[in-house]
Ligand binder design. Structure first.
Ligand code: GDP
Ligand code: MN
Length: 376
């Protein structure tokens, strides 16, 4: 789960990481009101759950109340990567001397959090990682209490900080690590971590992504969710407790079991098609689940054919077939459906589906090949 910059900065403050003064607003009047409490220039920043706002024109400096009003008015309502801006953050602008980078993710191979820092922060960190990886220092954090003092110093030397800044750096490195662990984040990032003209360190941007599987123990994080910026189909699926990930292809997939769902998507790709989604209806596959799954998939206007791939292990195939028949009664759509249904009671299941428009296929590859043919 993602949260907005203004929310992430609130968490930063709870963990002692210095951030600029400011507040989130939803209209130009409020923007002016906030700006007047600050020292100009102020920075006005679009709050949308995507990166690269700076390059998209969603981050602007204002030197007066009048300019604050104009820029807030321009940014509110702006379209950034397909998302309409409904909130802006108004902050005292930092006088930037240098832009650094600091971020933490999990290194899966090492099974440890890894802290990455770079003197080349700002809007092009991905480019830096690709072209000059030596400009990024990666340190694994092996102790649950956080980075060792010597690691903080190592980062400071790498960034070329002076002694006073070295002390401030500890606030950032330790605070970011502590929130990463305590909030079950999957990413915590400060980009840019700014050195101001007077030599202070301050977090000018803040990004935190959370591990969805740990949200149950963080109601305070769940409360920050902005559903209006989530994929509407994924939000709907989450409410229905269906494991669904929206993708950009045109073949809708209904599968039982996450592993089988992944393999099904691979096969579709293998035969030259593109899956419209990942969907695992789980072990039970009752008729309500099949109906909800079909409802989700047919709500995606890109979908031109559906592949149902069920292995009846614990669940019996006749139950699934009944679910599909029930779903058809409730839903009205005209998409071809290829089905591969195998396992316990498969003969009964196939008999039940005779006379329907479903296209049965004996194996997974046959089914995937067939559905790809249908959308070609
Ligand atoms: P992003 O593009 O979505 O990552 O948004 P950022 O918050 O990182 O802002 C993009 C860029 O805008 C930064 O790299 C800075 O160069 C600039 N910027 C952001 N905040 C300030 C600020 O307080 N003062 C100044 N002068 N520039 C800022
Ligand atoms: Mn940034």
């Amino acid at each position: 789960m993602k949260i907005h910059e203004y929310q992430a900065k609130e968490i930063f403050r709870q963990y002692g990481i210095p951030t600029p003064k400011g507040a989130m607003v939803t209209n130009p009047d409020e923007a002016v009101k906030v700006a007047k409490e600050l020292t100009f220039p102020v920075v006005i920043k679009a709050q949308v759950l995507v990166g690269g706002r700076g390059k998209a024109g969603g981050v602007k400096l204002a030197n007066s109340p009048q300019e604050t009003r104009e820029l807030a008015d321009a940014i509110l309502g702006m379209d950034i990567k397909g998302i309409r801006v409904k909130k802006v953050l108004v902050e005292e602008a930092a006088k930037i001397k240098e832009e650094l980078y600091m971020g933490i993710i999990i290194d899966r191979a090492e099974k440890l959090p890894v802290m990455m820092t770079s003197p080349a922060g700002g809007v092009d960190i991905e480019e830096i990682a690709r072209t000059t990886p030596e400009k990024i220092l990666k340190l694994h954090i092996k102790h649950h209490l956080g980075p060792y003092d010597f690691q903080v110093r190592q980062i400071g030397y790498f960034l070329g900080l002076d002694k006073a800044q070295m002390n401030q750096l500890g606030l950032f490195a330790r605070g970011l690590y502590r929130l990463f662990i305590e909030k079950d984040a999957s990413l915590a990032e400060i980009n840019p971590l700014v050195i101001t003209e007077t030599g202070e360190l301050i977090a000018c941007d803040a990004k935190i992504n959370f591990d969805d599987n740990a949200l149950y123990r963080h109601p305070e994080v769940e409360a920050l969710r902005d559903e209006s910026e989530e994929d509407p189909l994924e939000a709907e699926a989450r409410r229905k407790r269906i494991n669904y990930v929206h993708l950009s292809g045109n073949i809708g997939c209904i599968v039982n079991g996450a592993g089988l769902a992944m393999a099904t998507m691979d096969l579709i790709k293998h035969f030259g098609g593109a899956p419209a989604n990942f969907l695992d209806i789980g072990g039970g596959a009752r008729s309500e689940q099949v109906t909800e799954a079909l409802r989700l998939i047919t709500a995606d206007k890109n979908v031109r054919a559906i592949l149902i791939n069920i292995f009846g292990g614990i669940v019996r195939c006749d139950r699934v077939a009944q679910g599909i028949l029930d779903a058809f009664k409730q839903l009205d759509f005209k998409l071809p459906i290829v089905i591969r249904l195998t396992g316990t009671n498969e003969e009964e299941a196939h008999k039940m589906l005779e006379g329907t428009e479903l296209i049965p296929m004996p194996t997974m590859s046959d089914a995937a090949r067939k559905v790809v043919e249908l959308v070609k």
